[in-house]
Design a protein around this ligand. Structure first.
Ligand SMILES: [Zn+2]
Length: 388
């Protein structure tokens, strides 16, 4: 058997390992460093000058773990730029546009949906994302939810069944019947293609009891649990997520003191989606209050056509630092180890021996430039495939 080729990324100005035992501060930063990669994983981190079969010269640039985007809705067809335009002109956001995307997605051919997902994934990868979660949720019937997950699982192991995204038109006034379908035939069709189950716990979507029913059914089917909660108000979603032991509760835009206390005493990650708050003109989360209480936090793109049509994690970092009270170091942690924690992974989001060799080389000497130079495409090279 031949040995896999090794590659050294050398002359790294600033290497973020995310292991405080390996370097300075909570990010475990090594200066003037090298990173040696095997076929799939990190072999070694240390001073510049390490030797391997192949060599990439970082030329003094910063290198950090590939971004872990733990919340996206990439499987969709159609465009909602008009809805965004009217929202910017004063229309409030209520989540109702999900039905517009559902119509477009149901009527799209499978090949077309797959082509669109590939384009979005390529865009995310160019911008530094190497691990991505993809949800269903625009099919909202048995066949189209299963189809979305089949498309997603070809690209990532982090697939999430979100049949309880919104009540489809044909179930108007019969929400409990729809929840029965989600927990029955739809879950049975989706579960073989999903790792996680999720629900949208919000006024206008599903209430706490309906979401609890969905999460319990998912758990019984062997799926991990996640929840959309507290986006538009204090929906009870955070308490439910903690009660059910969800890996993550996502949005967390509106949090009571009790919500923060519950999160702090749990291993549920609070995932912030700042690009959604940007695009819906919601207030930004006071992340300082959450972090200071000891809650583990993540930041994700929430890429979707209605409330957050971006794959740019750098953009999310810039908002978190400018508007949410996070330091740049905290924001970078939130999109790497934080995202990994939200997916209950310890093999991504860090550059330590044995972790996956997924890294980003910036066109900048330090990660601070991710917030300091907002809107600039600072990713020079993404190392490692995009996937689970
Ligand atoms: Zn979402």
């Amino acid at each position: 058997m031949t040995r896999a080729r090794t590659t050294v990324v050398d002359n790294i100005g600033s290497l973020i390992t995310n292991d405080p035992a390996l370097g300075r501060g909570p990010l475990g930063i090594l200066e003037n460093a090298s990173l040696v990669l095997g076929d799939t994983s990190v072999l070694h981190v240390g001073p510049a000058g390490a030797v391997a079969d192949d060599r990439i010269d970082a030329d003094g640039a910063a290198v950090l773990p590939g971004f872990v985007d733990s919340h996206t809705h990439l499987v969709f067809a159609g465009d909602r730029s008009e809805e965004f335009t009217s929202r910017m002109a004063g229309q409030p956001y209520d989540g109702g546009g999900i039905r517009v995307t559902t119509d477009a997605t149901r009527s799209a051919a499978t090949e077309e949906l797959d082509r669109l997902v590939r384009l979005r994934l390529a865009e995310a990868h160019r911008a530094g994302t190497t691990t991505i979660e993809i949800k269903s949720g625009y099919g909202l019937n048995v066949d189209d939810e299963a189809r979305a997950l089949q498309i997603a699982e070809a690209h990532t192991s982090e697939t999430t069944f979100l049949g309880a995204h919104l009540l489809p038109r044909e179930f108007e006034g019969r929400a409990d019947d729809y929840i029965d379908l989600v927990c029955g035939e739809m879950l049975a069709a989706a579960a073989p293609h999903a790792k996680w189950i999720d629900a949208f716990c919000e006024v206008g979507a599903f209430d706490v009891d309906q979401c609890r029913t969905v999460l319990h059914a998912g758990r019984d089917a062997g799926l991990g649990l996640r929840l959309h909660g507290n986006q538009l108000g204090t929906s009870g979603g955070v308490e439910l997520a903690v009660e059910c032991g969800c890996a993550s509760v996502d949005h967390c835009t509106h949090l009571t003191d009790g919500d923060i206390e519950a999160l702090a005493g749990s291993d549920t990650v609070a995932t912030f989606l700042p690009a959604a708050d940007f695009s819906t003109r919601q207030p930004y989360v006071d992340a300082r209050r959450v972090i200071d209480a000891g809650v583990t936090v993540a930041i994700a793109s929430n890429c979707n056509p209605g409330s957050s049509y971006t794959t740019s994690i750098s953009f999310c970092i810039a908002i978190a630092v400018r508007e949410m009270g996070m330091t740049i170091d905290e924001a970078v942690q939130a999109v790497t180890v934080g995202g990994a924690a939200a997916l209950r992974r310890n093999d991504v989001g860090r550059l330590t021996p044995g972790s996956l060799g997924h890294a980003v080389i910036l066109d900048a000497p330090s990660h601070h430039h991710l917030a300091y130079r907002p809107g600039v495409p600072l990713v020079r090279q993404t190392i490692g495939p995009l996937g689970g």
